[in-house]
Ligand binder design. Sequence first.
Ligand code: F6P
Length: 344
Amino acid sequence: MATPKKIGILTAGGDCPGLNAAIRGVGKTAILKYGMEVIGISSGYLGLLEKDYIPLDEASLSGILTLGGTILGTSREKPFKKNHDLANTKPEKIKRNYLEEGFDAIVCIGGNGTMKTAALLAEQGLNVIGIPKTIDNDVYGTEQSFGFDSSLCIATDAIDRLHSTANSHKRIMVIEVMGHHAGWLALYAGIAGGGDVILIPELGYDMKSVNRYLKKRVKSGKPYSIVVVAEGIKKPAKLSAASYIAAKIEDGVGVETRNTILGYIQRGGSPSPMDRILASRYGARAVDLIASEDYGKMVMKSGDNISVIPLSEVGGKLNLVPADHPLIERARGFGVCFGEPGLE
Ligand code: F6P
């Protein structure tokens, strides 16, 4: 009878709804299906550096499926980041602590930065499995990271609410959603929330086109307009995307314009049912990989299948909205403006 494996779980990077569902999916599968020992690692990779562990058992995993945030805490610690003293010993310290603790494997739950670190730890000989998490949905190699669906629900609900106040005051409302590099949240929430203008980093935009489009709406008697922008669009460093675009619109269109930045509300609260299911499926598949000693992989979604991709193929890349994404064409067909230059 082989000795039951001992696995660690860490959550790193920006938090999001679904992290605890993923921890629970890993933990319950490991304990109930394989009799493994499960150790929570606090605050992402920092916990590995500081040996900050929390043993997890069925009791500690009970009641966390619906909880926002992460019971393990998180950080943006990047152990491989070059620092001023070139003799960066963090990776060696992590490997030493990993071996001293007797981990057979660790599950790293996080975004593209977390996957990049996981891939580098795998190259150092650690047994690592990655689970893609982020509200931005910009982790390369998977159709969907958990966290995205929950933040999409939050952002869409917020946009729905802004229609009524925009209509009451006959205003133009600019809403900024998160999405540092990728415009997935702005694209999906913009369409789901009935946005008239959607600006995403991948497409670029021309303010003249945006204002010409909005003026046409005013002239045709539309009482208000909704403009959805991703935080990562091109804009002056000192201004938020929402305040910059709102000022440009108010000057250019001559209609009272207000802006709202949804910010961290998009990362809080209980996960959506779909994220609870996706995070749980990712967790279970990650443990199956450990049981079969198939390391150095990230679990991913392809269609309705949960499959795997080598971590070495994920690190350092982003999942960005392609310019020819069918949803963009469809939205244009609904009359949505993406700020394309030269718009009539
Ligand atoms: O990566 C997710 C994300 O929420 C981005 O959309 C956002 O720009 C960033 O994290 C904010 O980072 P922090 O939580 O460190 O302020």
